[in-house]
Design a protein around this ligand. Sequence first.
Ligand code: G3H
Ligand code: 13P
Ligand code: NA
Ligand code: ZN
Length: 308
Amino acid sequence: MIVTTAELFRCAYGKYAIGAYNINNMEQTLGLFRGCAQAEAPFIIQISRGARKYADKRMLEAMIRAAESIYPESIFAVHLDHGDEETCYDCIDSGFYSSVMIDASHHPFEENVAITRRVVERAHAKGVSVESELGMLGGVEEDIKIDEGHACLTDAEQAKEFVAQTGCDSLACAVGTSHGAYKFKGKQSIHFDVLEAIFKRLPGFPLVMHGSSSVPQEEVRRINTAGGKLDPSACGVDENEYLPAAKLGVTKINIDTDGRLVWMRVHREYLRDHPEDFDFRGAGRVYMAEYANFIAHKSEKLGCAKQL
Ligand code: G3H
Ligand code: 13P
Ligand code: NA
Ligand code: ZN
């Protein structure tokens, strides 16, 4: 059943985080629903502008509705990931989305406020909630690449101001994570001091953590052993930090890269090990099962397993 993002946040706040996973195709969609059914976990399906271009927004909606009827126990919200203003309006008007993210964080503060306010107004009129972003994560998202030197962590006082001025429903904060497979070097991790400062200024307000894949070393090693060329120094967020972040108001945790790594590992290994095969469903079956297990595992780490 599709529920509002607000309802998922009300149940989770301060206790656990809801995993937000991107989908682009049928295998990801079925694997996600199956994994959440296994874990008895609520979840958020994220659709990026890239996904809407790749699979067509109508195909994505139809797949989600079909998966919903295959998994009638599922409880989830549908969310636009990293929207611009135009795409936010398209999603709000569609009546299908539970929430949208307006990502205007690369604009100066006042402009970010103005754009976000406009989206909030249109969204709230239709009962859709809005995630906005303040501060800048490193890495690549959509067509914007932010190098490490230009990433900037969210200022707690500004965050409070931003929420008051925009009326947004949740806030994506930059607390040291970044998109993609190369987040940290050595012992770096989430800046819990920054997160705690934001949590203290905005008690009760749902925070969102982007760039939260853990980039398992073993996954990277297997991909490379099967012919991949990922930088072996790639590393991500420690999964054991999801719950401590949730206790500090992080209610939605975005994970996409880790799922891409599962796909890459399964397909590289499958093709290596089955050179005679030309039925692509063999690899697809393995992938859906592996992706479901991955999602169930993440749900445990996020604390949202057995929360249906
Ligand atoms: O933040 C970006 C997400 O990983 C979605 O990626 O824009 O390539 O679909 P995408
Ligand atoms: P990862 O690249 O760490 O999976 O982050 C995904 C994300 O933030 C989507 O919005
Ligand atoms: Na951004
Ligand atoms: Zn993101």
